[in-house]
Design a protein around this ligand. Sequence first.
Ligand SMILES: Nc1nc2c(ncn2[C@@H]2O[C@H](COP(=O)(O)OP(=O)(O)O)[C@@H](O)[C@H]2O)c(=O)[nH]1
Ligand SMILES: [Mg+2]
Length: 376
Amino acid sequence: MKIAHIIPTYNEKDNIGLMIGTIFRIGRKYRSWQNYVIVVDDQSPDGTSSIVKKYQQKNKNIFLLLKKKEGLGRALVTGYQFAVNKVKADVVIPNDADFQWDPEDYPKLVKKIGQGFDVVVASRHVAGSKVVGWNWFRKLNHDISNSLLAWLVAGVHEVRDHAGNFKAIRVKNCLDRIPLVKMKNAGFSFQLHILYELSKIGVKFTEVPVTFKERRLGVSKIGFNRYYIRDIFEYIKSSIIIRIDRSERFFKYGVVGIVGLILQTLLSKLLVSLNIEPFIAVSVGAEAAIASNFLMNNYWTFNKHVISGMELINKFIQFNAASIGAVIIQGIVVFFGTLIFGKKAWFWSMIFAVFFLVIPYSYFIYNRYIWKTHEH
Ligand SMILES: Nc1nc2c(ncn2[C@@H]2O[C@H](COP(=O)(O)OP(=O)(O)O)[C@@H](O)[C@H]2O)c(=O)[nH]1
Ligand SMILES: [Mg+2]
């Protein structure tokens, strides 16, 4: 198993060598692990990179990515992309250089990946977690971004600690499905954004309790400077964008469903009034609703990924194949409903079928098949 450790650095000359050494020392205890360290340095003026270069001479598994000062978020995107595309890692583990997150904990994270979890977050908010030495400013800063913004405003509930860097992420079928190129976060809002992106593709999350310590050497980059203010605003903006993204889709989804049901009712009513057997009328109506749902979802709900031409036809056939069960369920229920209660019962039979059978059925099918294929 290839494990890529991503360490963003800005003025970490006192920590980076020790961090690289510690990661490899721990890794050697596990025979089947190949460890790689990717240091993403924003040309730190303190000469962090020259220390990394020294280590590189003895170890081929160390990479140094040098870029201009663009912030933590940009550094992490660069590191993640390198880990996925160049190192072709199986697991990615970002961590800070300053030992606040103890690298000794990383085997615990990897083991959870081995147990089938896709995203394993080192957490300060689960039973057994501990935080040492936070002052009121750090605590307030964390509580606002974590509890107020990430949990309440953005509504990301897959984990309780959204703000930390230290985590393990499976690459195959997980991180490799995230559009990293589109992530533009400059600052620490990257942490929330990546969790949100991962939550959207429906992977398995877990949290591992750890002790979060004080920085031993060097200085924190957090404090009142122009980067910090920019990052705070970016975090607020990200939280709101995530909330809108979520609720907008949920809202549109509901509207599409209602429009489909109205269309189906009108068409079925028309056909019944033309003396067509109700179970056939309802089946035709159901098919019309499927077509309407499909087109509205394509051009409205998922308007950022509109498909067209041959692909639209292919997808429609796929969508129909998945939805055919819904047509059949309604046909059968209306057939027996009218058989037992008379022809007039067609409408309530249809409503019963839609709410108690078709909606749960579609929910299952969409989650299982349609969104899977949509995400790629
Ligand atoms: N490449 C890069 N790394 C950064 C930047 N800002 C912070 N880091 C690194 O990100 C990690 C966490 O930063 P730190 O200053 O400890 O933040 P704090 O723990 O919130 O006080 C450390 O390894 C920093 O060197 C940046 O702008 N660019
Ligand atoms: Mg730190």
